[in-house]
Design a protein around this ligand. Structure first.
Ligand SMILES: Cc1cc2nc3c(=O)[nH]c(=O)nc-3n(C[C@H](O)[C@H](O)[C@H](O)COP(=O)(O)OP(=O)(O)OC[C@H]3O[C@@H](n4cnc5c(N)ncnc54)[C@H](O)[C@@H]3O)c2cc1C
Length: 446
């Protein structure tokens, strides 16, 4: 392995996923050296499939780009903050209506190349099993942190209870196995390019699918005592258990998807989103699942158009771990008892790819400021990023659960508005406040 000569002052990062990669590039772009530990491909997590840095474990979507949606505002904030991974994602984007979706291999290869070839970053491919002594230290080992490291972290953090929840990935299907005579291409409400493949169901077809789904067999859970899920990303069978409406208003909702062959809205629709640049793979949108593989074959082949589907990947459930951030972290993402340590990504309870970029970006900048003896940054709470970090570090939580960036976390406006207008005003305020904040700190930002 190529070892670059690292000087005295460097930042150590554990975990080369989304947040750790963003942190590494932020630190190196400020002229500071980085040692980045990544255990893959020598030791794999249960969900990653490659040794590439910043691998996307499930969906290939970074969600909406619209400013009336929190992920859209979060992306606009990331752009102002100079996120490296977001710019790579744009370079590797593939059509997905109003969402930013990427070719997952191109995206991770790009991040890998930028990091491996960076003169100030040394990548060490090994599992870290105990807490490194070097400071500043950024911990970005994600929801699938290796067991040995998680145990050592828990001892160091003060042995609080293991916090966990279950998260699942959705299946991937080969396009050439989809019966295109039974499906139609369209984006919801005709927004963006029509690159989704839609599998329409009438009422009878939906009923058969539903009955088969709720009676299908699941894999056993790793921790049996309680099935804790992330509410914004429930497994399909759990949604079905809560009722038909949960599916019909959730992943199978037909609104905005008129079937051009009938001129009508189907009763239910399963959407498939392109997953790679050449369009050979499609992701079953919202179909994250813990069904046994043979059951996925049986249940999903009932869906019109998928009767002969070949699966490039089955859905799978994973135990996700995170730390008790409200008790342990400051709003600059440093550890209260040792501010030379920063945490970022999903291990903090900030849930999602772009949230991992945002927290990785802040942890990286703050580790750089710490090495230079400067004051660290706390982002304005009127921004999606700032409000999310305020949420995960708010000491008043009694039952801390992971959270996406959301308009619901923002301080209210001074007047009541209708939903769409309110969301646009939130977006305007977030971007205005962030620009003013960055203008104020521009001397120490770079
Ligand atoms: C099964 C599953 C599906 C998900 N699906 C989605 C989705 O569709 N959309 C979405 O927005 N979010 C999803 N998430 C949530 C989250 O956004 C991703 O997990 C995201 O990758 C988190 O980024 P991260 O940097 O925190 O962790 P990761 O990207 O997982 O990076 C952590 C890295 O640390 C490495 N590592 C772990 N332990 C060690 C160690 N001891 N030493 C060295 N290296 C180590 C790992 O190999 C990994 O590369 C999903 C999570 C899971 C677990």
């Amino acid at each position: 392995m190529f070892t670059k000569s690292i000087k005295k002052k460097f930042v150590t990062i554990v975990g080369g996923g989304i947040s750790g990669s963003e942190a590494a590039l932020q630190i190196a772009s400020r002229g500071i050296e980085v040692i980045l530990y990544e255990m893959r491909p020598n030791k794999m997590t249960p969900a990653h499939r490659t040794g590439l840095l910043a691998e996307l474990v499930c969906s290939n979507s970074f969600r909406s780009t619209e400013l009336t949606r929190a992920p859209g505002v979060l992306k606009a904030e990331l752009e102002l903050l100079g996120s490296k991974l977001l710019s790579f994602a744009r370079d590797c984007s593939i059509g997905a209506g109003i969402s930013l979706a990427v070719d997952r291999v191109q995206f991770s290869e790009r991040v890998n190349k930028e990091i491996e070839s960076h003169p100030l970053i040394e990548v060490r491919r090994k599992e870290v099993v105990s807490l490194p002594e070097e400071r500043p230290l950024v911990i970005a080992t994600g929801p699938l942190t290796s067991k040995a490291f998680y145990n050592s972290l828990m001892d160091f953090l003060g042995g609080s209870d293991r916090l966990y929840f279950y998260d699942a990935v959705a299946p991937l299907i080969f396009k050439d196995s989809i019966d295109m005579t039974k499906v139609f291409k369209a984006s919801r409400y005709g927004k963006g390019e029509g690159t989704y493949i839609n599998c329409p169901m009438n009422r009878e077809e939906f009923e058969v699918f539903y009955e088969t789904l709720i009676n299908a067999e699941k894999h056993p859970l790793e921790i049996e005592r309680e099935e804790k899920y992330f509410e914004a990303c429930l497994p399909l069978e759990e949604m079905a258990r809560r009722g038909k409406e949960t599916l019909l208003y959730g992943p199978l909702k037909p609104v905005g998807l008129v079937d051009p062959r009938t001129g009508k809205l189907p009763y239910a629709v399963v959407q498939l989103r392109q997953d790679d640049a050449c369009g050979s793979l499609f992701n079953m949108v919202g179909f994250q699942t813990n069904l046994r593989y043979r059951e996925q074959e049986r249940v999903f082949k009932i869906i019109p158009g998928l009767n002969r589907a070949r699966f490039a990947r089955y859905g799978k459930m994973h135990l996700n771990t995170y730390i008790n951030s409200p008790q342990l972290l400051n709003p600059d993402l440093s550890f209260k008892k040792d501010p030379g340590i920063f945490f970022c990504g999903q291990i903090t309870g900030a849930e999602g790819y772009i949230e991992a970029m945002a927290t990785g970006l802040l942890a990286g900048i703050n580790a750089s400021l710490r090495i230079r003896g400067k004051e660290t940054l706390i982002l304005p709470e009127t921004t999606i990023t700032g409000s999310l970090i305020r949420y995960i570090t708010n000491t008043e939580h009694t039952n801390f659960q992971p959270m996406h960036g959301s308009f619901g976390l923002l301080p209210p406006l001074n007047k009541k508005y209708k939903k769409k207008e309110r969301f646009l005003l939130y977006a305007e305020r977030a971007l205005r406040d962030l620009k003013a904040f960055l203008e104020n700190i521009k001397d120490c930002y770079n």
